[in-house]
Design a protein. Structure first.
Length: 104
């Protein structure tokens, strides 16, 4: 959230698909940031009306995956113990990838 364009560039490099000079100069990075923004994604029709079935056969509205789009809002939904578990799993999965983890 603090530097979305830098994060998009880092992700592209991680995927071994860095942006070309032309893409950098024509605004491709900013366009991707906008397309992936909370405002853009939460406004998609599939989010508003779509449903997915989880591994247990339970239907869940796609809109449940979108709350406020605010940094730190997770504190309203996760207990400290749950947050510790999420942090541990995230750090484990990112280990050795070159990506860093920032707890906001």
């Amino acid at each position: 959230m603090a530097e979305p364009e830098a994060a998009v560039r880092m992700l592209a490099n991680f995927m071994r698909r860095p942006f070309s000079e032309e893409e950098e100069s024509n605004g491709t990075v900013a366009e991707i940031v906008e397309l992936c923004s909370f405002k853009s994604l939460s406004g998609l029709e599939v989010i508003k009306v779509g449903v997915r079935v989880n591994g247990f056969g339970m239907a869940m509205k796609n809109s449940l995956f979108f709350r406020k789009g605010k940094v730190g809002d997770w504190r309203e939904h996760l207990s400290p113990m749950m947050a510790e578990k999420v942090d541990a799993v995230t750090k484990e999965k990112l280990h050795g990838t070159g990506l860093s983890y920032c707890n906001l």
